[in-house]
Ligand binder design. Structure first.
Ligand code: HEC
Length: 149
């Protein structure tokens, strides 16, 4: 007599756990990529300050920030898993319809941050400025297209 409702309850529990773990994956992926972008910003800011002359240019500090950004630039792509267009995110759903183009923006980010790291080691701001500008354009190019205002 009790058997049927119990089974139903068990089945319902199983179902809700499955749904929950998928939602968790999506939430984790969103948090992951946002954290990576925050970390990128953390290192990008001081470089921008030095480029604009708001902070004294410190070659060693600049190169360290450039190194961090070049490493971090390889990471956000892992967080754009299928289904993670929905949730607490500013990522546009069009990312998943244009994955090839989005991935090109990611590749450009990795390439241009790596070029900035190389040139940062010269300590020559005349060379560093344009390389930094390219990275800035790469951020903006992707945000304009794939990030909600
Ligand atoms: C390939 C595309 C792409 C590139 C390149 C890119 N971003 Fe983003 N960025 C995004 C997307 C999409 C989001 C929204 C992520 C979300 O909310 O899930 C985002 C979010 C952010 C955020 C907000 C994070 C938060 O939630 O607090 C910051 C800050 C940020 N990006 C900085 C940068 C900087 C700085 C660069 C360049 C060095 C950069 N991004 C390059 C696509 C990109």
């Amino acid at each position: 007599m009790m058997k049927k409702p119990l089974l139903t309850a068990a089945a319902a529990l199983l179902l809700s756990t499955t749904t929950l773990s998928f939602a968790d994956d999506v939430e984790d992926a969103i948090e992951y990529r946002q954290s990576i972008f925050k970390a990128i910003k953390y290192h990008f800011g001081p470089m921008a300050g030095m480029i604009r002359g708001k902070i004294d240019y410190d070659p060693a500090a600049f190169t360290l920030h450039a190194e961090r950004v070049a490493e971090l630039a390889k990471m956000p792509g892992d967080g754009f898993i299928p289904g993670s267009d929905k949730g607490d995110t500013e990522a546009k759903a069009s990312i998943w319809d244009n994955k090839g183009e989005f991935d090109e923006h990611l590749a450009a980010l990795a390439e241009n941050t790596s070029a900035l790291l190389d040139v940062s080691k010269t300590g020559d701001l005349d060379q560093i400025k344009p390389a930094f500008g390219e990275v800035g354009k790469t951020c903006k190019g992707c945000h304009d297209e794939f990030r909600e205002e």
